[in-house]
Design a protein around this ligand. Structure first.
Ligand code: ZN
Length: 406
């Protein structure tokens, strides 16, 4: 009987990424007792090759995945975000495993072509927000007086890969969030999260939800940068830290001491639009920022906020709070680093093209890694196609396995 050593954390990772319970896996394999749990908790277990084949088939991962040592270790406690109370332990575990999986994919690419070095500073949580934001701009090479035209690109140039999660994941087929959640503008209900991956946990990584709102997408990237810069320690993100990350986001996008000169004498929702468009920050975040920086008084802030969330935008039928003036002025930003590196390392520009490289990742998981990425510019000068936010591709696993064997 031939056996191979199987890594317990890989078994767990594959199961969690498929959103399967141990019970379901055991039922499928006809296993008894706590075998699945024992397998997952052990460092390695010697499994019969035929049994590994069946496990791999049940979890729809190549066998190589289970015999390859994991590199990135991310626990739910390593995630920089404040999960809404309704977030289950299972959901957090999924987000952690997803980040660890992306992390190992990045490690594999980094060994072929070095990723951009990490330039993002790690600061003490007590650092003033203005100083922290200024330092990050300095690392990005962007002057205080200049708007940041494409923040996602700047984050990636600072060594922070950005992954977009589609509402319907390719690898699980499940809808990951309720569309109602998507209505939240400023009170974060997990629009994204950040963590660190890689062998030494020193590669920052950001995972953000695909959103049709350019304001929200940009602001979420800025907010996650705030967490990465200010909250590097391993502890649950507090309400105060959420506020800090949000203040950082606004200050990074629109430095208060620079925009002070541009704020209209009597700010209204409409006369703030030019400021919004110039600096790329939502009016909702902007008025909060102006109030926090003492550039408008509390009374004016309350009035503007009330208008924003009660007046209806006649073009969309939603309140201005949901679709603000200027909501359609830009396309949501999209990351590019991962697609760029996939092309650089494997000459591939899609998950399907990666299958010929015998990677240990299933195609649909790779599709999740690559979701929403901008194609590399060298390929075409045509405008990027809009990412598909909906719909799942059904992967024929047998075909996939046969291709791999071929
Ligand atoms: Zn946050």
């Amino acid at each position: 009987m031939t056996t191979v050593d199987v890594y317990g954390s890989r078994v767990r990772q594959a199961r969690v990424l498929r959103r399967k319970t141990s019970k379901a896996v055991m039922a499928e394999l006809g296993w008894k007792g706590a075998r699945q749990t024992r397998l997952e908790q052990a460092q390695t277990t010697a499994l019969d090759v035929a049994e590994l084949e069946r496990l791999a088939q049940a979890l729809r991962f190549p066998t190589e995945f289970f015999t390859t040592a994991p590199v990135s270790r991310v626990d739910a406690g390593d995630l920089l975000f404040r999960a809404p109370r309704a977030t289950t332990a299972g959901e957090k575990e999924y987000l952690a495993q997803f980040a660890a999986a992306v992390g190992d994919f990045l490690v594999a690419m980094d060994s072929r072509a070095a990723l951009p070095p990490v330039k993002l500073p790690v600061l003490d949580a007590g650092t003033s927000i203005a100083i922290a934001a200024e330092l990050v701009r300095e690392r990005m090479g962007i002057e205080l007086e200049a708007p940041i035209s494409y923040l996602t690109y700047e984050a990636e140039r600072c060594g922070v890969p950005v992954v977009t999660r589609l509402r319907r994941s390719k690898s699980t087929g499940a809808l990951s969030w309720d569309p109602v959640d998507d209505d939240t503008t400023l009170s974060e209900k997990h629009l994204g999260y950040a963590t660190r991956v890689g062998e030494y946990g020193d590669r920052p990584l950001m995972v953000i939800r695909a959103s049709g709102s350019w304001e929200r997408t940009r602001w979420t990237v800025a907010h996650e940068l705030g967490h990465l810069v200010l909250h590097a320690g391993r502890s649950e993100v507090t309400e105060d830290q959420e506020l800090q990350a949000s203040q950082f986001a606004s200050e990074l996008l629109a430095p208060a001491k620079v925009i002070a000169a541009e704020v209209p004498k009597v700010p209204s929702l409409l006369n703030l639009v030019p400021l919004k468009l110039k600096w790329g920050i939502s009016i909702g975040a902007l008025i909060r920022h102006l109030a926090a920086s003492g550039l408008i008084d509390e009374q004016r802030f309350e009035m503007l906020r009330r208008q924003l969330y009660t007046r209806v935008n006649p073009d969309t039928g939603h309140t201005w709070g949901k679709t603000e003036p200027g909501w359609d002025a830009r396309e949501p930003e999209r990351p590019r680093l991962i697609s760029r590196w996939v092309e650089r390392c494997y000459g591939a520009n899609s998950a399907a093209m990666l299958t010929s490289h015998q990677l240990m990742w299933p195609q649909d998981v790779l599709e999740d890694f690559l979701a929403g990425q901008r194609p590399a510019p060298s390929r075409s000068t045509a405008p990027d196609p809009a990412p598909a936010y909906e719909g799942a591709t059904v992967i024929a696993f047998d075909q996939f396995r046969q291709r791999r064997r071929a």
